[in-house]
Design a protein around this ligand. Structure first.
Ligand code: GLA
Length: 399
């Protein structure tokens, strides 16, 4: 079974970027200590992880990845604003677009009723403007990382009309604020069920939206408001539906059905984002190619919206049995490189249908996969924990 079949449990928690970074780092550290070999017979000194010295020199000396793929694939990455301090130069050198990892989510922008906080998102947007990047707006509607007050009216549940008005005003506010820099929005993220035979994610899969709106109408409403807001403030901005496991045959059929249904209602849906939280083995290049072709043939743009490659391809999501932590090694570095190369060959072969490819993070010291589905070090990105390019980075320069 491929990754992400099971509902993630990040919950409606909004972490500040610094705290999130710290937690990710702590998660990685505690995992490393928990995979030490079983107790030795003679006492040994405690294992101390060697201090990592961050160094951007090699990353900056490499040819620009974005230039390398110019005219073929447009490359982006997701980040927290604090990363700009240490890695801003590397980001500006190798990429041309960005996604706010958390800063544009509802919980970040409207933490409490009547309180808005655009500071973090504005910092990313300022960097994007300065470096002529485009941004993906992520995400207008999602069942996670929304503030507790959102579905309530005091102690009571908010009415459908109140919810609808909140959604409309949120969408208009953010579309207007970032109209000059966001060229596409994830209007709805992860609304399709992972359960067999069920189409929409509901409360059983931790979504409060279905209950609040009395059905899946919130999806159509979000697309309607997004179309109205972009028509007014940013007419060329594209509107996407975004999800994970889009390559799974049953799920992609459900997603395609949703998009076609929205179109039948006269709503504008320009494309689908496949998050692409992949592993070393799943999906196969064939499944990936078929997926891009399926949506492309129906007139939808496709974007790779959150790419990373977990090295734990033997996790069993059915029984929730997780593979033991593995150390980084030259052999693993090569394996990850081969996998990235394989994936990019599919992307390049379909570049006419792909609007962009965005990595979900820059370097392995900051990735959600160090803490999900369990705490253990993972190596899913192009740069290592010391920010040096991995073999995967160089493999992409070969394509
Ligand atoms: C999903 C969301 C992202 C991010 C990742 C995990 O894919 O779309 O915003 O939260 O999960 O980090």
């Amino acid at each position: 079974m491929s990754a992400r079949r099971v509902q993630r449990s990040l919950g409606p928690i909004v972490l500040s970027s610094a705290i999130a970074g710290l937690l990710l780092a702590c998660a990685a550290r505690s995992t490393q200590s928990s995979v030490r070999p079983s107790a030795p017979s003679a006492p040994r000194p405690p294992v101390v992880a060697p201090a990592v010295v961050l160094d951007e020199t090699e990353a900056l000396a490499r040819p620009s990845l974005a230039e390398h793929f110019q005219g073929r694939l447009e490359l982006g990455l997701a980040l927290e604003p604090y990363a700009l301090k240490q890695q801003g130069a590397v980001i500006a050198h190798h990429f041309r677009r960005m996604t706010a990892e958390n800063a544009m989510k509802l919980g970040s922008l409207q933490p409490r009723a009547g309180v808005t906080n655009y500071e973090q998102a504005d910092r990313l947007a300022a960097f994007a403007r300065e470096h002529h990047f485009k941004m993906t707006g992520h995400a207008l509607v999602w069942h996670q990382m929304q503030p507790g007050w959102w579905f309530k009216d005091g102690k009571q549940p908010a009415t459908k009309e109140q919810m609808s008005e909140r959604l409309r005003s949120h969408i208009f506010a953010v579309v207007e604020r970032y109209a000059d820099v966001v060229d596409n929005w994830d209007v709805v993220n992860e609304a399709i069920s992972d359960l067999q035979g069920q189409i929409y994610r509901d409360e059983a899969e931790k979504s409060l939206w279905m209950k609040a709106f009395g059905g899946p109408d919130y999806i159509a409403q979000a697309f309607r408001f997004a179309a109205e807001a972009t028509a007014k403030f940013a007419p060329t901005t594209k509107l996407y539906y975004n999800d994970y496991n889009v390559e799974q045959p049953e799920k992609r059929v459900k997603i395609l059905g949703l998009l076609q249904d929205l179109r039948k209602q006269g709503l504008r849906v320009d494309g689908v984002g496949t998050q692409a939280h992949f592993s070393l083995t799943s999906p196969t290049p064939k499944e990936l190619a078929e997926t891009i072709e399926l949506f492309g043939a129906q007139g939808f743009l496709v974007k790779i919206s959150e790419l990373d490659v977990s090295v734990y391809s033997r996790d069993d999501w059915g029984s929730k049995t997780w593979q033991a932590a593995v150390p980084f090694s030259p052999a693993l570095d090569r394996q990850i490189a081969e996998r990235y190369s394989e994936l990019f060959q599919v992307f390049l072969a379909h570049h006419a249908q792909l609007s962009s490819v965005t990595f979900w993070g820059l370097s392995d010291d900051h990735t959600w996969l160090n803490g999900f589905p369990v705490s253990r070090p993972n190596y899913p990105l192009l740069f290592d924990r010391s920010h040096r390019p991995k073999a995967a980075f160089d493999a992409l320069l070969e394509l």
